[in-house]
Design a protein around this ligand. Structure first.
Ligand code: G1P
Length: 290
């Protein structure tokens, strides 16, 4: 079966980026000049996803406006001959069919995914987390995962190896390496206490999940941080069906942290033909004075 649908949870409060996120959704904070969420939606679209469900909440209306058509703005841009901008805007609203559902209470990532049960309609689907932006100029991270799905035909978790100090920030898998970049998932744990992680292989914001997850989510009680954790439901699923983890190729930025956000901003600016030369010069100048 083809992976046609993706779910992007975007209901979090964004407390780590206050005060910027007091009145705007954290997913709309830009990297250079594009909201972080647009990078995620573009990755999904470039990986062949046709329908995207964004799980939103109160105060997230700017997200719907961003992916909608903007007739007034488009008419103005056309009139004033700013055709580059016009094209940029029109591309956004044509990326995919985007649907929305509101998560009424912030009960955790697992609960957010449960809100997608009617959308998934018994098909395997992708999940992309908005805090994890993955750069790969050759093949988008999700496209790599979909390729693995074509081989294994079951749930695939996107992972990379992290340092010992970082395992407590993530869902960490326990499992044997089966082939190049592939692990068989036996178990997993959400945010293990320092020194207790079963491995250094962490789930980094990309998943392909079979619909069996919804039954597992129904049986999942609050876990780490008092929230309904997707990781806890995935470990139940791994006990019922085979599950693999794929060490994806690409530079992953944790744009939910200030450090990761700044790194992504600088590196993305350095890749932009319109900014690269001047910005490189500027960075060299300030670094030489440090
Ligand atoms: C979530 C997941 C965690 C995963 C992480 C990836 O945690 O619960 O399993 O490893 O995303 O970034 P969060 O960062 O939302 O606390």
């Amino acid at each position: 079966m083809k992976i046609r649908k993706a779910v992007i949870p975007a209901a979090g409060l964004g407390t780590r980026f206050l005060p910027a996120t007091k009145a705007i959704p954290k997913e709309m904070v830009p990297l250079v000049d594009k909201p972080t969420l647009q990078y995620i939606v573009e990755e999904a679209a470039a990986s062949g996803i046709e329908d995207i469900l964004i799980i939103t909440g109160r105060t997230k209306r700017a997200i719907e406006d961003h992916f909608d058509k903007s007739y007034e703005l488009e008419t103005e841009l056309e009139k004033s001959g700013k055709l580059d901008y016009l094209e940029t805007l029109q591309k956004i609203s044509n990326l995919a069919n985007i649907h929305y559902v509101r998560q009424k209470e912030a009960k955790g990532l697992g609960h957010a995914i449960y809100c997608a049960r009617f959308f998934a309609e018994n098909e395997p689907f992708a999940v992309l987390l908005g805090d994890d932006v993955v750069a790969n100029d050759k093949k988008p991270c999700l496209a790599q995962m979909i390729e693995q799905y074509q081989t294994y035909r079951t749930s695939i978790l996107g992972v990379q190896t992290v340092s010992d100090e970082d395992t407590s920030k993530y869902g960490v898998i326990k499992g044997d390496k089966l082939a190049d970049r592939i692990y068989k998932v036996e178990d997993m744990v959400e945010k293990p206490a320092p020194g207790t992680a079963p491995s250094n292989v962490a789930v980094l914001g990309r998943y392909i999940i079979t619909p069996g997850i919804f039954r597992c989510l129904e049986e999942t009680t609050p876990g780490a941080g008092g929230e309904i954790q997707l990781t806890d439901a995935l470990r139940k699923l791994a006990a019922k069906e085979s599950m693999y983890a794929y060490d994806f190729v690409g530079r992953r930025y944790d744009v939910g942290s200030k450090e990761g956000y700044l790194e992504a901003t600088v590196e993305f600016a350095l890749k932009r033909p319109d900014l690269k030369d001047e910005f490189t010069q500027y960075l060299k100048n300030i670094v030489s004075k440090l």
